[in-house]
Ligand binder design. Structure first.
Ligand code: GLU
Length: 472
C-alpha cells in the first residue's frame, strides 16, 4: 500500500509513467498534456434507506479520454476508494484500450463501500440507486459510457445495473450494451468471467515465445515448471493461477491473501485453496502448506514469476529492493508504484505491465458490447457450416488417401466454433499482437527503457494520432 510519505499518489504515479513515455516521443506541443489530463470526474453522494435508517454513500465516475466513444472501464466497490484512485484507473483504461486496439476511451467508477458488510438485498438497493445517479448524467450509456466489473463487483452487480438502465430508458435497441460483464442469460458473453485471468495466461505465453525476452529476466525454457507466487485469489488471480498451473504446467508455489500467505515447493492446488478460502475465509490452515500471517512478506520470496493480482501500490519504496522475482506479471492495475518501478528496473527485474497484461477483461467486454449491439451470439451463423466443411474435408482425405482419419482429428475438424471458442481466439489474437507491438517498440527505440514505457508509447501514439486527425 502507498502509505510511505515519500511515495506519491496513484494518479501521480501513472502520470509520471506517462511522462517517461512521452519524453521519448515527438508529440506536438500540448498534446501530451491534453491526453494525460482526466477530462471530467463526477462525484455523487446519495442516501439509501436500509431497514429503518438511512445511509449516505459516495461514488465517482471519472472520464479520462474521449478520443473514442463510448468510454469504458469497471466500477469498483471498495472501502478505500477515492477520487485520485478512480482518476488513475480511468487513465490506465484509456492507455489499455489503445494498447490492445480496443475502440474505447477510458473511464472508471467506484463506490466507497465494503460490500462484505451488506446483505445481497441491501447491495442491490444501493447498486440500483448508484446506477440511477450515473445513468441520469449519461455516465452509463451504451454509446457514451459503458461500465463493467472491477474489484468487489461481478456479474450480479452488472445485471442490476443493466436492468436499472433499461427500466429508466426502455425501448432502446442497444440498451443491453449499457454495461458489460453481465450474466450470460442477461446478454453477457461466454468467457467474460475468466477473461482477465485468461488474458494474463495468453500474455505470459506470448512472452515465453521470445527467447531474448525470457533471457532478459534471467529465465529460460517455457512456463512449464516455473515457480509462481500469486497475490490475491479473487477473480483475476484465481483464473490466472488456475490456467497457468492446469494448462501450462507452472507451479503455484505461493498464494497471498488478506489473512496471510501459504507456500509449498511442490505447488499448490488452486481449486483446493479456493475452496478452503470459501469455507474458512482465508488461507490459514490449508493442509500441506506452510502458513505465515505476514502476507506481504511473501511478495519478496524467491520464485520465477510474481503475479500481483490484488490491488495497486503493493510493490512500493518499502519493498521494491527486496523483491527476488526476476519477472513480475502485473495482473492487478497499478501494483507497482513509479518509485518502485525505477528501483526494479535498476535491479534488472522485468515487468510485464498492467495496461497490457490485464487487458483481457476489457477485450472480452468489447466482444460482449458488439454482441449486444448486433443482437446475435457469435458463431450462430457459421458453426454448422464450418462443421459441414470439416466433414467434407475428412471425407475427401479418406477417399484420396484410402485411409481412415483418426477419431481425434476427425472430431477436431468437424467441430464448428461456438461463442466461447471464438472469444478465446479473439482474446489470444489480441494479446499476441499487442505484446509484439510493445516489444517492437522496446527493441527499436533506444530511449524506451522497459516494456511499460514501450506499452505507454504504443497506446499514447494511437491516441495522439486520433486527436491529431480530429484536429483537436
Ligand atoms: N475493470 C476491468 C479493467 O480494469 C475491466 C474493464 C472493462 O471490461 O470495461 O480492465
Amino acid at each position: 500500500m502507498m502509505n510511505d510519505p515519500n511515495e506519491i499518489t496513484f494518479r501521480k504515479s501513472v502520470d509520471l509513467m506517462f511522462d517517461r513515455a512521452t519524453a521519448t516521443m515527438d508529440l506536438p506541443l500540448g498534446l501530451a498534456e491534453q491526453i494525460r489530463s482526466c477530462n471530467s470526474v463526477y462525484q455523487v453522494q446519495f442516501g439509501v434507506k436500509l431497514g429503518d435508517s438511512y445511509e449516505v454513500f459516495t461514488g465517482w465516475r471519472a472520464v479520462h479520454s474521449e478520443h473514442i466513444l463510448p468510454v469504458k472501464g469497471g466500477i469498483r466497490y471498495a472501502d478505500f476508494a477515492n477520487q485520485d484512485e478512480v482518476e488513475a484507473l480511468a487513465a490506465l483504461m484509456s492507455y489499455k484500450c489503445a494498447i490492445v486496439m480496443i475502440p474505447f476511451g477510458g473511464s472508471k467508477g467506484a463506490l466507497k463501500i465494503d460490500p462484505r458488510q451488506y446483505s445481497e438485498k441491501d447491495l442491490e438497493k444501493i447498486t440500483r440507486r448508484f446506477a440511477q445517479e450515473l445513468a441520469k448524467r449519461d455516465l452509463i450509456h451504451p454509446s457514451l459510457n459503458v461500465p463493467a466489473p472491477d474489484m468487489g463487483t461481478g456479474e450480479r452487480e452488472m445485471g442490476w445495473i443493466s436492468d436499472t438502465y433499461q427500466s429508466l430508458f426502455p425501448g432502446q435497441a442497444n440498451g443491453m450494451g449499457c454495461v458489460t460483464g453481465k450474466p450470460v442469460h442477461l446478454g453477457g458473453i461466454n468467457g467474460r468471467v475468466e477473461a482477465t485471468g485468461r488474458g494474463v495466461q495468453f500474455g505470459l505465453r506470448e512472452y515465453f515465445r521470445h527467447p531474448d525476452d525470457i533471457a532478459r529476466a534471467r529465465l529460460d525454457g517455457s512456463l512449464e515448471g516455473k515457480r509462481i507466487i500469486v497475490q490475491g485469489l479473487g477473480n483475476v488471480g484465481y483464473h490466472a493461477a488456475k490456467f497457468l498451473s492446469e494448462e501450462d504446467g507452472a507451479k503455484i508455489t505461493g498464494i497471498i491473501e488478506r489473512d496471510g500467505a501459504i507456500s509449498s515447493a511442490d505447488g499448490l492446488d488452486v481449486e483446493a485453496v479456493k475452496a478452503h478460502i470459501a469455507t474458512n475465509h482465508g488461507v490459514k490452515g490449508f493442509p500441506g502448506a506452510d502458513y505465515t500471517g505476514n502476507g506481504p512478506a511473501m511478495l519478496e520470496a524467491e520464485c520465477d514469476i510474481l503475479i500481483p493480482a490484488a490491488m495497486e501500490g503493493v510493490i512500493s519504496l518499502q519493498n521494491a529492493a527486496k523483491i527476488q522475482a526476476p519477472l513480475i506479471a502485473e495482473a492487478a492495475n497499478g501494483p507497482v508504484t513509479y518509485a518502485a518501478d525505477e528501483i526494479l528496473r535498476e535491479k534488472g527485474t522485468v515487468i510485464i505491465p498492467d495496461a497490457y497484461l490485464n487487458a483481457g477483461g476489457v477485450t472480452v467486454s468489447y466482444f460482449e458490447w458488439v454482441k449486444n449491439l448486433a443482437r446475435i451470439r457469435f458463431g450462430y451463423l457459421e458453426r454448422r457450416n464450418e462443421e459441414r466443411r470439416g466433414q467434407m474435408l475428412v471425407e475427401a482425405l479418406e477417399k484420396m488417401l484410402n485411409t481412415t482419419v483418426p477419431q481425434e482429428i476427425r472430431d477436431q475438424l468437424t467441430t464448428g466454433s461456438d461463442e466461447l471458442a471464438l472469444v478465446r481466439s479473439g482474446l489470444d489474437d489480441t494479446m499476441r499482437n499487442a505484446y509484439n507491438n510493445i516489444r517492437d517498440i522496446f527493441n527499436a527505440r533506444e530511449k524506451v527503457v522497459d516494456l511499460r514505457t514501450a506499452a505507454f508509447v504504443c497506446g499514447i501514439e494511437r491516441i495522439a494520432k486520433r486527436y491529431e486527425s480530429m484536429g483537436i
